[in-house]
Design a protein around this ligand. Structure first.
Ligand code: 3PG
Length: 306
């Protein structure tokens, strides 16, 4: 079996070594395609492989069409909005993610961004503490839950809105579930966003919702830029000098926002939530193991296109 590791945003070397070791122990061949800039390189590299490991690399219908032997795609990470599930399903290709493997890295960054914005982007002047503030977790999955737990350790009150969350888990964590997204945003000094980008969620964080946030509030987005309605965000920033936005996924209108509201806006230069040695290792090795377990034993536990 031949496995392509196609990571436009490469893994740390130790993670690549670990992936190769797992695949070679199973007598699989590993082919690397890292830091590529031209999608033609990906189309060429997938042509004869049985399995594909990716990060945020796009698996389009064109890629699926080029991958004549492909049986499985594993997205080494949580979100799989970069994979055309319909095209894979139509070809009988199994798609998996590696849930939870990079969550800690993303959660730590969310907390870091909260403190950074509360301390005026580390510029001189009087900031605010996050202790005693209310933290709203928008979706209580692997990342959201960790952000909530870390927030509690900082002395924050934590609430969440997630219709799919297990009420018992929230109760045991000491996290109050609220009944609507409006209730979450109206009552949170910080909202940490952890919803996936789907047709339903895209642009759902709009002017009406964001303007409900209390005075001095900050929105922290380590999820996907597509879930924010950027025009609505800009309108809130223009109307409220007290409102802040920090994002690990630079908005399309970042240059404009930075020029007009430099103290209120922050975005990382390149998405870096999962960019730690540990997260690279955890997600990369899990992806390699899942491929072996599927191709050798037929294990489909993490399949997302059922
Ligand atoms: C994820 O969905 O797992 C995170 O957003 C990290 O994505 P990345 O592997 O593209 O950095």
């Amino acid at each position: 079996m031949k496995v392509l590791v196609a990571t436009e945003k490469p893994f740390a070397k130790a993670a690549v070594d670990g992936i190769k070791q797992i695949l070679s122990d199973a007598n699989f061949e590993t082919v690397m395609l890292e830091k590529y800039t031209d999608k033609a390189e990906l189309l060429n590299a997938v042509a004869d492989v049985d399995a594909l490991i990716i990060r945020s690399d796009k698996v389009t219908p064109e890629v699926v069409d080029a991958a004549k032997n492909l049986k499985i795609v594993v997205r080494a990470g949580a979100g799989y909005d970069n994979v055309d599930l319909a095209a894979c399903t139509a070809r009988g290709i199994v798609v998996m993610n590696t849930p939870g493997q990079n969550s800690n890295a993303v959660a730590e960054l969310a907390l870091g961004m909260m403190i950074y914005m509360s301390r005026n982007k580390f510029t001189p002047g009087t900031g605010k503490e996050i202790k005693g503030k209310r933290l709203g977790i928008h979706a209580y999955g692997n990342v959201g839950r960790l952000v909530g737990l870390y927030g509690k350790a900082f002395g924050m009150e934590v609430i969440t809105f997630d219709p799919y969350a297990n009420p018992e888990v929230c109760q045991n964590d000491g996290v109050k579930m609220v009944q609507s997204v409006e209730e979450l945003y109206s009552n949170s000094d910080f909202v940490s966003v952890h919803i996936p980008a789907t047709p339903e969620t895209k642009k759902s964080l709009n002017y009406d919702l964001l303007s409900k946030m209390p005075k001095g509030a900050a929105l922290i987005n380590t999820a996907r830029k597509e879930v924010v309605d950027e025009e609505g965000l800009e309108k809130v920033l223009a109307e409220r000098a007290d409102f802040k936005y920090a994002s690990d996924v630079a908005p399309e209108n970042l240059a404009q926002l930075m020029e007009k509201y430099p103290a209120q806006v922050f975005a990382t230069a390149k998405k870096m939530g999962a960019e730690t040695a540990e997260a690279n290792m955890n997600a990369g090795l899990a992806a390699a193991r899942q491929i072996v377990d599927f191709l050798v034993n037929g294990n489909r536990r993490f399949q997302v296109n059922k």
